[in-house]
Design a protein around this ligand. Structure first.
Ligand SMILES: [Mg+2]
Length: 439
């Protein structure tokens, strides 16, 4: 097998809905299709547009344009007061449509979805076919006015960048063998995590263009950022995935499988977060078995929304959506398994150790990751038969769920938590330092 053949694979699809709020309005109101339209928070000339249709964007009206200014540019612009509930409902509808083509692993925001490709899905022609199926399914099952741009890349960071490179209705793939030159023409600001303030800082250190940034070695990137973020970015931009310390992880073998979700405002409670974590684990475990892996590690991440006052008191980070937050993550290592019940016990035990207090009452993001994946063929069979027959139970559940849809059969406890359940297996827990994250 040639070098390029074995490494030129796509690990992720990043799906970004184009002009999402405005497109939903055009979906609901066919009479607005093809017309300049802006979604506004309230009907007043002094507020700003929160979304603009492609027809409005073509005139220079965009998110942040003052409504009075938009009316001056285009007196006949359609203005609509935004309805977040409707957008959330469409977001769910779109996620369902995407799932007909490929499971959704992460929902970084209301108009973005990430699919993790596994096994042969990672081969570029197959990945492209899945991406086209995603587009078709959104068009057919969620709405013909809804368009998305899809980025395909070896890691999530590059997939997000790729989704931004062609709009609307884009499909861009970034292959490891083409990196980093395939992104050398971008602006520094096109990199997720590089906002206005970071750009000023980079410029002050003499970096004003992508070619200058890409000319730095890992050491140089570390110094530039003065943190492990620089190391990570160095590897990501070259198509590698990297661990928390920024060290490269070999790309040939599947290392982890994860699902994450940004909670809608109405679910930002302890119970809501637990129900989501439970569901994400269920999904990840099912995928684990479908792709014939065992796992030896489970990590859970929670991000908590902070009030402005809490954020000032604490060391806080800003989510892409603008939410001030603090984060917590913990990983547990255990004997290889692939059954949902065992993984659920681990999750429950980790969950019970999440931080408590007024700053941790509003979880808005939950992530569950299975690491240390081991192919079934390399898994050491148990010396004694599984006394509770857990593997077989999970297999039966998968069959039913494949037949009747993902939510047919869950273990009791998707509903609020029985956190006091005793843990019957031994495992070690490792707190994971919460690093700078891009989404
Ligand atoms: Mg978008």
């Amino acid at each position: 097998m040639s070098e390029s053949h074995s490494t030129d694979r796509f690990g992720f699809l990043h799906i970004d809905l184009n002009s999402f709020f405005a497109s939903v309005e055009q979906q609901i109101h066919p009479e607005y299709r093809g017309r300049p339209l802006a979604v506004v928070p309230t009907m007043a000339d002094t507020t700003c547009c929160i979304a603009a249709s492609y027809e409005a964007k073509a005139l220079g009206i965009k998110t942040g344009t003052q409504v009075g200014e938009a009316k001056r540019i285009c007196p006949e612009i359609v203005l609509i007061a935004g309805n977040h509930e409707v957008y959330a409902e469409y977001s769910h509808r779109i996620a369902k449509a995407v799932e007909l083509a490929c499971p959704v692993a992460h929902t970084p925001s209301i108009d973005e979805m990430v699919c993790q490709l596994m096994g042969r899905e990672q081969e570029p022609p197959r990945a492209r076919k899945i991406a086209l199926e995603v587009k078709q399914s959104i068009y057919r099952n969620a709405g013909e006015a809804l368009r998305c741009s899809i980025g395909m890349a070896p890691n999530r960071y590059l997939a997000k960048i790729a989704s931004d490179m062609q709009k609307p209705d884009g499909l861009i793939g970034l292959l490891p063998s083409q990196l980093p030159r395939a992104i050398a023409h971008l602006e520094l600001r096109d990199l997720p995590g590089v906002g206005a303030r970071t750009e000023v800082r980079l410029n002050a250190k003499g970096i004003t263009t992508m070619p200058q940034l890409l000319a730095l070695d890992r050491e140089g990137m570390h110094k530039l950022w003065d943190s492990v973020w620089g190391d990570r970015l160095y590897h990501w931009l070259r198509g590698a995935d990297s661990g928390d310390d920024g060290a490269p992880v070999s790309t040939g073998i599947q290392k982890s499988l994860g699902h994450s979700h940004v909670l809608g405002p109405e679910h930002r409670s302890q119970q809501g977060a637990w129900a989501v974590a439970h569901k994400l684990l269920h999904k990840a475990a099912m995928r684990l078995r479908m792709e014939k892996f065992y796992t030896g590690s489970l990590a859970v991440t929670i991000r908590f929304q902070l009030t402005r006052e809490q954020a000032e008191r604490m060391k806080s980070k800003k989510h892409f959506s603008g939410i001030k937050h603090s984060g917590w993550a913990m990983e547990a290592r255990f004997r290889d398994c692939q059954d949902t019940l065992t993984l659920l016990e681990v999750l429950r035990s980790l969950w019970a150790q999440r931080p408590q207090g007024p700053e941790f009452n509003k979880p808005f993001f939950v992530g569950v990751t299975l690491r240390n994946l081991i192919p079934e063929s390399e898994h050491q069979a148990e010396l004694f038969a599984d006394p509770t027959n857990r593997d077989q139970l999970s297999t039966t559940m998968d069959k039913l769920n494949l037949k009747y849809g993902h939510t047919t059969l869950h273990f009791a406890g998707m509903l609020p938590a029985r956190e006091a359940a005793p843990t019957r297996i031994a495992f070690t827990q490792i707190p994971v330092q919460y690093g700078v994250d891009y989404m």
